[in-house]
Design a protein around this ligand. Structure first.
Ligand code: ADP
Ligand code: MG
Length: 454
């Protein structure tokens, strides 16, 4: 039996259904480039044009895809979607910036950290979407995902990704006019321009650029006039197919004071997040940072630090630098470091981490208070609808805001089976999809609890 031919026919039929099922733009972005490469009688092998498409489709269209394959085949069909390996940029280029008028000093400082390359970025399930999108954008600026909007908590690698894009773009085409700026600096420049009236220079500075990397967009939200100016810059660049990449500490819809028309502009492109790294990712980041500092830490020290430092990746780097300074001062070898020694050396940093860590008790307390139920019901066996839902919300938020495993979350709620935590997540997500008030409630609680963490 030749499954290739049969599966190709199944894929073609499923594809036609998909074309009807999703908006045209989604179809052409996600499905048009997928081809069938074989499989067997229960599985269609599909090839995606990029790792990003692979991830996006399997995260967002898994059920739809499987359903349509099954319908097209007339029997239960799964799929395997793969993509060619993406090779990260080999060498970080020297950091230069193409200035339209090099003889004049740049009106705003540019600070691209040469260590912040794609190569130095550790990939984990929490950031792989954002990483893949950033890679795609840096290969073909202005053509895919424009704007690209990356959001996530502090210290999770957003600025790193912007700098990596900058360096990769310049490595590919050194003449690209590229501008990296924080929103704070953009705002200050705007205010200065209001004062001295140098609008021509201001507009030229932002609008004569091929790639605009704008960091920490949340600062823009507070300033109406700056938003207005940015809106025009945005439109002009976007119309000219210039690439815009934005980062923010939260998704656009949570930027309360951001104008709706700006929010909707952000949604033209791709919005993706970076999440808190898992223990594995943290260990890998720690190892990479240590290697960059010329050290190999003993495995038990690595584990100790990666387990303790969970909130802000910056603290992993801080720990490495602190240890290196200590080793340099004492002339000791990294291999001589013990857990006890490291715990003592890094005591202030570790205490700060411990304080800022969110525990399930905090989440339970806040959620119980919000729904006006006794906190003891968070772990009780009571099954009334309101208590059950409040409990599910708390489990969901534990999953979202802490790095607890599903089993640990279930246990914190007196359940022995991690299935409870999975079910809670699905229930809450489904209700957020259909109920506006649940969505805002969850948003509100997320923000409130996140603030407690810091
Ligand atoms: P953000 O802009 O999201 O607040 P940064 O990009 O400044 O965070 O990251 C903080 C520090 O952590 C930087 O030194 C960055 O290199 C490092 N970092 C964060 N995530 C990663 C990662 N996945 N791999 C390597 N380093 C990372
Ligand atoms: Mg940043």
């Amino acid at each position: 039996m030749n499954f290739l031919e049969e599966n190709k026919a199944i894929w073609n039929a499923a594809r036609n259904e998909l074309r009807a099922a999703v908006p045209d733009s989604a179809f052409s972005t996600w499905f048009a480039g997928i081809t069938c490469t074989g499989g067997d009688d229960a599985r269609v092998d599909l090839s995606a044009p990029s790792a990003f498409v692979e991830l996006w489709v399997s995260r967002n269209y898994h059920d739809l895809l499987e359903r349509n394959l099954t319908l097209a085949a007339g029997r239960r069909m799964t799929y395997r979607l793969t993509a060619p390996e993406e090779v990260p940029q080999p060498e970080p280029p020297p950091v230069t910036r193409a200035e339209p008028e090099p003889q004049r000093p740049a009106p705003l400082p540019t600070s691209i950290k040469s260590d912040n390359t794609f190569e130095n970025f550790v990939r984990g399930p929490e950031n792989e979407m954002a990483l893949a999108a950033a890679l795609a954008v840096s290969k073909d600026p202005g053509r895919v995902y424009n704007p690209l909007f990356i959001y996530g908590g502090p210290g999770l690698g957003k600025t790193h990704l912007l700098h990596a894009i900058a360096q990769a773009v310049l490595a590919n085409s050194p003449r690209t006019r590229l501008l990296y700026i924080t929103c704070e600096a953009f705002t200050n420049h705007y205010i200065r321009t209001v004062a001295d009236g140098s609008w021509t220079d201001f507009r030229k500075h932002y609008r004569q650029t091929d790639v605009l990397l704008l960091d920490d967009v949340q600062f823009l939200a507070e300033r109406e006039r700056t938003q207005e100016e940015f809106f025009h810059t945005f439109n002009e660049l976007h119309n000219d197919l210039r690439q815009i990449v934005l980062t923010c500490d939260r998704p656009p819809e949570e930027l309360r004071t951001l104008e709706d028309r700006l929010k909707s502009r952000f949604k033209w492109g791709l919005i993706t997040d970076v999440g808190t790294p898992s223990l594995e990712t943290r260990t890998a980041i720690l190892r990479k940072k240590a290697a960059a500092a010329g050290m190999t830490l003993p495995p038990e020290v690595e584990t100790f630090l990666a387990e303790r430092i969970t909130v802000d990746v910056r603290n992993l780097e801080g720990a490495v630098l602190r240890l290196r300074a200590h080793l340099e001062a004492t002339g000791a070898a990294p291999s001589a470091l013990t857990v006890e020694h490291v715990a003592r050396l890094l005591a202030p940093l570790l205490t700060e981490e411990a304080r800022s860590k969110l525990t399930p008790e905090v989440v339970q307390r806040e959620v119980a208070a919000h729904y006006r139920i006794p906190v003891s019901d968070m772990t009780s066996k009571k099954r009334t609808a309101d208590v059950a839902f409040a409990r599910q919300v708390a489990m969901y938020l534990c999953g979202k805001l802490t790095d607890m495993s599903l089993t640990a979350i279930a246990a914190a709620f007196g359940k022995s089976d991690h299935g409870t935590a999975i079910h809670a997540r699905r229930t809450v997500e489904a209700r957020c999809d259909t109920e506006e008030h649940t969505r805002s409630e969850i948003q509100f609680l997320t923000e409130k609890i996140t603030r407690l963490r810091r």
